[in-house]
Design a binder for this molecule. Structure first.
Ligand code: IPE
Ligand code: IPE
Ligand code: MG
Length: 259
């Protein structure tokens, strides 16, 4: 894998965007289908997804994105075959170990968000080592969602709040949207601006439900191993064309009437 700066020197530059999203979230989907289409096992598809992630991180830095949150393993993915789960655990660990110096060199701050129960201790160790190594970096925060599920994240926050209320540390009735958001495991990350899913599936699959309440959704047909910085930039270009109203309205009677 070439260093991303070398790639940039070859003239692969991001276009000028009207608007750059601050926080981009990606469901990295389609590894299995990519592999099976080539007569390969699903595992080969996951292996091919590593380069895609690295290229997208590089492309996010070049585009000026400051927060990139990626779905690497969901709380539902335990339903897969024991072989695939075992591979994914080992693979996550190996990728983190192999790439942390490169990410650190790029100024990426790695963060893990997800649940501890069931997750392999060796994976948690690598995630925490990558976090410690890159903790002071400021170019881009790369949040790896490993053993993450949005509903359970919300339920965990509710349980935490109930406990605090039982201990009389917070008053029932005093929770606000803002204070609730701070109880979520993604905190201090804020709302998602651009939510991308590769592979043609058009669903959220329990990823960042609260955080994406007003995200712009972009669904790409490209399978994750074929995704790269250019696909990311195309998604950002699509985002740039969207008018975000957040429930408000813009009156422009001088605009061309629709025929
Ligand atoms: C995404 O690719 C990777 C993980 C969920 C870990 P998939 O493995 O879901 O690939 P498809 O959707 O079966 O093609
Ligand atoms: C979502 O993809 C999880 C990750 C990409 C890690 P899935 O492939 O697991 O989602 P479904 O099964 O298509 O909803
Ligand atoms: Mg999938």
């Amino acid at each position: 894998m070439m260093d991303y700066l070398e790639v940039s020197k070859k003239g692969v530059k991001p276009p000028k965007f009207e608007k750059v999203p601050k926080h981009v979230a990606i469901v990295m989907d389609g590894n299995g289908r990519w592999a099976n289409k080539r007569g390969l096992t699903r595992i080969e598809g996951h292996k091919a997804g590593e380069a895609a992630l690295l290229d997208v991180v590089a492309g996010a830095i070049e585009a000026g994105v400051s927060e990139l949150t990626v779905f690497a393993f969901s709380t539902e993915n335990w339903k897969r075959s024991p072989e695939e789960v075992r591979f994914l655990m080992g693979f996550n660990k190996d990728v983190l170990r192999a790439r942390r110096d490169q990410l650190n060199h790029w100024g990426v701050k790695v963060r893990w968000v997800g649940r501890r129960p069931k997750l392999w201790a060796s994976v948690i160790d690598e995630l925490e080592a990558a976090q410690a190594l890159t903790n002071r970096n400021k170019v881009l925060t790369l949040t790896m969602c490993v053993n993450y599920g949005s509903r359970i994240e919300i339920v965990d926050a509710v349980n935490e709040i109930a406990l605090l209320a039982a201990k009389k540390k917070i008053k029932p009735g005093s929770i606000t949207e803002k204070s609730f958001g701070k109880m979520l495991s993604t905190n201090p990350l804020g709302d998602v601006d651009l939510f991308i899913r590769s592979s043609g599936e058009k669903r959220i699959s329990n990823f960042l439900l609260w955080q994406s309440a007003y995200a712009e959704l972009v669904f790409s047909e490209v399978l994750w191993p074929d995704f790269d910085r250019k696909q990311l930039w195309a998604s950002i270009a699509e985002y740039s064309t969207r008018q975000r109203r957040f429930g408000g309205a813009i009156d422009s009677p001088k605009a061309k009437p629709v025929k």
